[in-house]
Design a protein around this ligand. Structure first.
Ligand code: AHG
Ligand code: MN
Ligand code: MN
Length: 324
């Protein structure tokens, strides 16, 4: 068996700022802990609802709170972090330090899948913190292109950590001793695909261009696309994006008419932006239908955005349908 490089070995070969690497190590350690807590499930009595809602008015699971605490505490203790923001925290938290980095995160993505033992994950984004001052919420409102690193952990049949620092996209697999081993040194998303991911139960609420695009896929070989499509929807963004990194595909969570004033379901700062950075660095595309996700200017912490991401040529097909 060949010896695989571990996370420390990989980071030593990376040109990124040493302080960013420290933040990555702290997050990776927290994700390894979260993996154990998630894997223990009912044994530790951690399944089920927490009995309260978050700032998005979504019911929180016990594991949403536990994982949020694990990450928040880890980042509070990391000297390179000045502030953090989470899906599960209404306001930002500061650490009392200045400079360094801000971290936004979704501590447990795919909460509806926890109790049924389907893959869930953790998503994170690292942004530069302002120098010489304690950060405020406004300092978090940076376009996704300003991210200095992004990644996610997926707790599936294997626990994996997908990361982009200064260059491409790499993935580590957690071994039985708790070490992150570099198993995927260069991830690239195939430009073409015949697989789409969308929650079809919302079809009647979609805008016309999304209907037209999906209808074209569903008509298969006999339709305008001239090929048959397959469909997958895990309902954990992390798992759907991970599949796309591994074998191509397109993921859509568009605006829909259920709540017309809401831009979409997914949150820009800790879901769409980190995933968009990973997807672009792997050669794919990520858009809200008009604008690259990474160019959107955030105006509030928990803001949402429509998301279309994945194989470049297929994202172009969606954008063309939107423009038609
Ligand atoms: P979260 O569990 O962090 O709130 O995120 C769930 C998100 C995302 O992971 C997934 O793609 C989407 O919600 C699924 O939504 P539907 O249940 O509407 O399909
Ligand atoms: Mn999520
Ligand atoms: Mn979540």
């Amino acid at each position: 068996m060949t010896t695989l490089t571990d996370l420390a070995g990989y980071l030593a070969s990376e040109s990124a700022d040493e302080a960013v690497k420290e933040v990555v190590v702290v997050i990776a350690q927290a994700c390894a802990r979260i993996s154990r807590v998630v894997a223990s499930g009912a044994i530790l009595g951690n399944l089920g609802a927490a009995g309260q809602v978050n700032v998005q008015d979504e019911e929180q699971k016990k594991l949403d709170l536990i994982t949020n605490d694990i990450l928040s505490e880890a980042l509070q203790g990391c000297p390179a972090v000045a502030g953090l923001a989470s899906e599960e925290l209404e306001a930002i938290e500061t650490t009392g330090r200045q400079g360094g980095f801000l971290v936004t995160f979704d501590p447990l993505d795919g909460s509806s899948n926890i109790d049924v033992n389907v893959s869930v994950g953790t998503i994170f984004s690292i942004l530069p913190a302002p120098d010489g001052q304690i950060p405020t919420e406004a300092d978090f409102l940076l376009p996704g292109r300003r991210q200095v690193a992004a990644g996610y952990a997926v707790y599936g049949p294997q626990t994996m950590l997908v990361l982009t620092l200064s260059g491409g996209v790499v993935a580590f697999t957690l071994d039985a001793d708790g070490a992150w081993l570099l198993t995927h040194p260069n991830l690239a998303i195939a430009a073409d695909t015949a697989e789409f991911a969308i929650n079809m139960s919302n079809q009647r609420h979609w805008a016309e261009p999304v209907r037209r695009y999906i209808d074209g896929c569903l008509r298969g070989k006999d339709g305008p696309r001239g090929k048959n499509f397959n469909m997958r929807w895990v309902a954990s963004m992390v798992a759907d994006v991970h599949r796309i990194l591994m074998r191509g595909g397109v993921f859509l969570y568009p605006w829909d008419a259920r709540e017309p004033d809401r831009a979409g379901k997914l949150r820009l700062l800790y879901e769409a932006n980190p995933m968009a950075l990973i997807v672009e660095r792997a050669g794919g595309k990520a858009t809200d239908g008009q604008t690259a996700i990474l160019d959107l200017q955030p105006v509030k912490l928990h803001q949402r955005a429509p998301v279309v991401l994945g194989s470049a040529n297929e994202v172009d097909q969606v954008v063309a349908a939107t423009a038609a």
